[in-house]
Design a protein around this ligand. Structure first.
Ligand SMILES: [Zn+2]
Length: 394
């Protein structure tokens, strides 16, 4: 056996033997509530990981935020020139669930399935990243330094972590994001981008019986805008406009002084972003109900994960390693967004969905396949081991 194959078989066996420890770490982190707006919880979930890294002898550093969960970087270094262009493993600790959810339905295993809040999206992925880091720290053989970035605000479009993700991704030779694999076991090669917007319409209140014609109905204007917003959707280009929320008005017998809509625009290529934004702005600016005006603001945003030649190479590598381990993996495109879009926009080859195999994210039925925890950790680790100069960008 040559040295490289020997290292890989050591990594393989080391991870194989860590199945119970992986499940214990997953249990502890799933049972720690960490909704995006619960900073204390997101940091507590971070502390579970930090304890793991301390036991493993892996140094960690923190980027603190007052409002959102702190970002944590765990680093397995190489003491040579390859330190300049590390491999980045990403994951988010926050979930969409409120405090108390873990007490209501704590981590549990039934057969080959594990359940609990955030188990799939994406605490299992965090456990995979943590153990891949630990495997290389123990065995060595990593072609470059490996950085695990554990953020806390992805479910709300990473208002705090985005800059850090972009900075770390820019330096990296390759990025793996451990968001869940699809229920089929496939990973994610492409994702849509999204802009979440608030459209507010301001009118003038009036008594609907006494002085109806002195009023300007914000609801009438918003209704007209909503109809016009349908023109944004373009199935062929993969552009969609969803009005997910509307609110407004005062009472049934008052001409509405205020109305608002929350809009979710999705698009496939970064180059479509400006044109779509301009179209929505034009609809916001032109009011047909006299006496009304509107304002449009962006409240959150994800960039699309656009496949490139180099990200295809990264996927090919992952797929071939999986095949060697007897696992058939393909690449999928999804309309769902993730931090991998921010990473790939830096020009760094990025592969998403390298977490556990599971489904039903954001619901009480959310699950992972327990066997996939070790399986995906092995595929990821061996892919990292084989990351050659082909994947070196910088
Ligand atoms: Zn996620």
């Amino acid at each position: 056996m040559n040295a490289a194959a020997n290292t890989e078989s050591k990594i393989h066996d080391w991870l194989e033997r860590r199945r119970p420890e992986m499940l214990t770490l997953l249990r502890d982190i799933v049972n720690t509530d960490s909704g995006s707006s619960d900073k204390i919880g997101v940091d507590a979930a971070g502390a579970v990981l930090v304890q793991f890294f301390e036991r493993a002898g892996i140094p960690v550093s923190f980027m603190r935020d007052r409002e959102r969960g702190d970002a944590i970087i765990a680093k397995v270094a190489r003491r040579d020139s390859n330190d300049a262009s590390p491999i980045l493993l990403m994951g988010h600790r926050d979930t969409v669930f409120a405090k108390g959810e873990a007490a209501k339905r704590p981590f549990r295993i039934e057969g080959n399935l594990a359940f609990g809040p955030g188990v799939n999206d994406m605490k299992a992925g965090l456990v995979i990243n943590a153990f891949v880091l630990a495997a290389f720290n123990e065995i060595g053989g990593h072609p470059a330094s490996i950085q695990g970035l554990f953020t806390g605000d992805e479910e709300i479009a990473s208002p705090f972590s985005r800059l850090l993700i972009e900075e770390e991704a820019r330096k990296a030779r390759a990025v793996f994001n451990a968001e869940p694999a699809r229920p089929t076991g496939n990973v994610v090669k492409g994702r849509k981008g999204a802009i979440f917007m608030l459209l507010e319409v301001f009118g003038r209140a009036a008594h609907s019986g006494v002085n109806f014609f002195e009023g300007s109905s914000a609801i009438d204007e918003l209704a007209d805008k909503i109809v016009r917003l349908r023109s944004i959707t373009d199935g062929k280009k993969g552009i969609t406009a969803n009005i997910g929320l509307i609110r407004g008005g005062q009472t049934v017998n008052t001409v509405a002084p205020y109305a608002a809509a929350e809009i979710d625009i999705r698009f496939v290529t970064k180059s479509d972003r400006e044109a779509v934004l301009d179209s929505v702005q034009a609809i916001a600016d032109s009011c047909v109900v006299p006496g009304t005006h509107a304002s449009l603001s962006i409240v959150g945003e994800f960039l699309p994960l656009e496949p490139t030649e180099n990200s295809d190479l990264l996927f090919d590598l992952y797929r071939s390693v999986a095949a060697e381990l007897g696992v058939k993996v393909d690449g999928e495109f999804t309309g769902g967004c993730a931090d991998s879009g921010f990473a790939s926009a830096q020009g760094t080859p990025t592969l998403c969905g390298v977490g556990a195999v599971g489904g039903k994210s954001h619901t009480p039925e959310e699950y992972i396949e327990v066997n996939s925890l070790v399986e995906r950790a092995k595929i990821l680790a061996i892919s990292i081991h084989r990351l050659g100069p082909l994947h070196q960008q910088n």
